[in-house]
Design a protein around this ligand. Structure first.
Ligand code: HEC
Length: 128
C-alpha cells in the first residue's frame, strides 16, 4: 500500500527538479521587465549590439559566451551604460557611455538580455 505513495513522491520531486533546470543556468525573467527592457534595448543598444542581440559592425553580440552572467554580471551592464567600456574583448573600439538611463532602466535591459540568453543559448568566444 505504501509503494504508490513513494513513487508519487519521487515523480513529484523529479518533475520539480527538471522544470527548474535551464540549459544555460539562467532563470526565467520577469515578463514585465523583459518587455520594458526590449523597448529600451531597441532604442539605446541595438544600433551597435543588434536588435537580435547578435551584434553589428559597431558592437559585439550579447549572446557571446563572454557575456554569460558569470563573466559579465548585471553590474557590468550598469557600469558599461554609465561609464562606457574600453575596447578589450573585441575590435569594435570602445563603447561610449549611454546617457539618459536610470538604474531601473538598466535592470530591465539586463532582464531582457538574460531572457534572450536563456532562450537562445550562447555563441562561442572567440567566434570562428
Ligand atoms: C556606439 C555603440 C554601442 C552602443 C550604443 C552600446 N554599446 Fe555596449 N558595447 C559596445 C562595444 C564596441 C563593446 C565592446 C567593448 C570590448 O570589450 O571590446 C560593448 C560592450 C558592452 C558590454 C560589456 C562591457 C564589459 O565590461 O566588457 C556591455 C555590458 C554592454 N556593451 C551593454 C550595452 C548596453 C546595455 C547598451 C544600451 C544601453 C549598449 N551596450 C550600447 C558598443 C556599444
Amino acid at each position: 500500500m505504501r509503494l504508490p505513495a513513494v513513487l508519487l513522491a519521487i515523480c513529484l520531486i523529479v518533475a520539480a527538479c527538471t522544470t527548474e533546470v535551464e540549459v544555460s543556468g539562467i532563470e526565467p525573467q520577469d515578463p514585465v521587465l523583459v518587455e520594458l527592457g526590449a523597448e529600451l534595448y531597441s532604442s539605446n543598444c541595438a544600433g551597435c549590439h543588434g536588435q537580435d542581440l547578435r551584434g553589428t559592425e559597431q558592437g559585439p553580440s550579447h549572446l557571446s559566451e563572454v557575456y554569460e552572467p558569470a563573466h559579465h554580471g548585471d553590474g557590468a551592464f550598469l557600469a558599461a551604460v554609465s561609464r562606457g567600456s574600453p575596447q578589450h574583448h573585441w575590435n569594435f573600439g570602445p563603447m561610449p557611455p549611454v546617457p539618459g538611463l536610470s538604474a531601473e532602466d538598466v535592470e530591465a535591459i539586463v532582464a531582457f538580455v538574460r531572457e534572450q540568453q536563456r532562450l537562445e543559448g550562447f555563441e562561442e568566444y572567440p567566434p570562428e
